[in-house]
Design a protein around this ligand. Structure first.
Ligand SMILES: [Zn+2]
Length: 269
């Protein structure tokens, strides 16, 4: 069984019929999908999708590129009111984006802080987006979380989705209880750094994601991405690590289940 830890089904449905997409996902062994929200409207839309499909779960949050469109003081009460849904498994996607110029960095940092505090208050993992901002993202992580001890049995604090950093930065994130998300870009010919990180990190620090409908893996580039393609990412990691795809499938599913508090029952299902 595979888990797509980052898939925007609310955006996928505007390009492809959701029933078809989800059938193909299931045919490829993808039996759980996490759908992150990017703003308050998308939280509502995503929660509607989770009500319709039992195997789809939501994270709720304001994406850094959307921060400028909300009143900061409204963010936490609005998100808190949605936490009661049994399908919310985390806060995200939240973070910092200094590449797109949609929102002032200082405002992004304030909103990131508020949402990290919300996650910690409610003991929820975070789904973090970083674009040209990895050092600042790590500073926020250090400010809000403690390093995880090797012998700790506690769960993970979050995931750095579509990881953009260096080997050193990935190790620091892991030290603070974060998982590293790998998706389509890992399959690109020029993705040598990502491939080297995917080869050397311990398998228990990695999760798989499509970020559909974006970032289709090779050989699906040019087509809308979809959760069925998680199998291509798992296969790529198996090739890079010279191991069996089964091993990648099992361990990344255990990691994602632990991250989103699904428990062992799901992994053995
Ligand atoms: Zn995303």
């Amino acid at each position: 069984m595979l888990i797509d830890t980052h898939c925007h089904l609310d955006l996928v449905q505007s390009v492809t019929r959701l029933d078809d997409v989800l059938l193909r996902a299931s045919d490829n062994g993808v039996h759980i999908i996490i759908n992150p929200s990017i703003n308050l409207d998308s939280c509502t839309e995503v929660l509607q999708i989770t009500e319709k499909y039992s195997f789809v779960y939501a994270t709720i949050g304001i994406h850094p590129n959307e921060v400028g469109k909300v009143m900061l003081q409204d963010v936490i009460p609005a998100l808190e009111s949605k936490l009661e849904s049994g399908k919310v498994v985390g806060i995200g996607e939240i973070g910092l984006d200094y590449y797109h110029q949609d929102t002032e960095p200082a405002l992004q940092r304030q909103c990131f802080d508020l949402q990290l505090e919300l996650a910690i208050t409610h003991r929820l993992p975070v789904v973090v987006h970083s674009r040209n901002a990895m050092q600042d993202v790590l500073t926020h992580i250090r400010n809000h979380y403690s390093p995880i001890k090797a012998e700790s049995l506690a769960g993970y604090n979050g995931v750095l989705h579509a990881f953009e950093g260096s080997m050193e930065e990935s190790l620091e994130a892991i030290h603070y209880g974060f998982l590293i998300g790998f998706g389509g870009p890992l399959t690109y010919n020029n993705a040598l750094l990502k491939q080297s990180i995917a080869r050397h990190l311990p398998l228990d620090s990695m999760v798989l994601e499509t970020d559909a409908p974006f970032l289709s893996p090779v050989p699906m580039r040019g087509q809308p991405n979809e959760p069925a393609n998680i199998r291509i990412i798992a296969q790529k990691i198996a090739i890079i690590r010279e191991c069996d795809i089964k091993q990648v499938e099992t361990q990344t599913t255990i990691n994602a289940s632990k991250l989103f508090h699904f428990g062992d029952a799901i992994v053995s299902a």
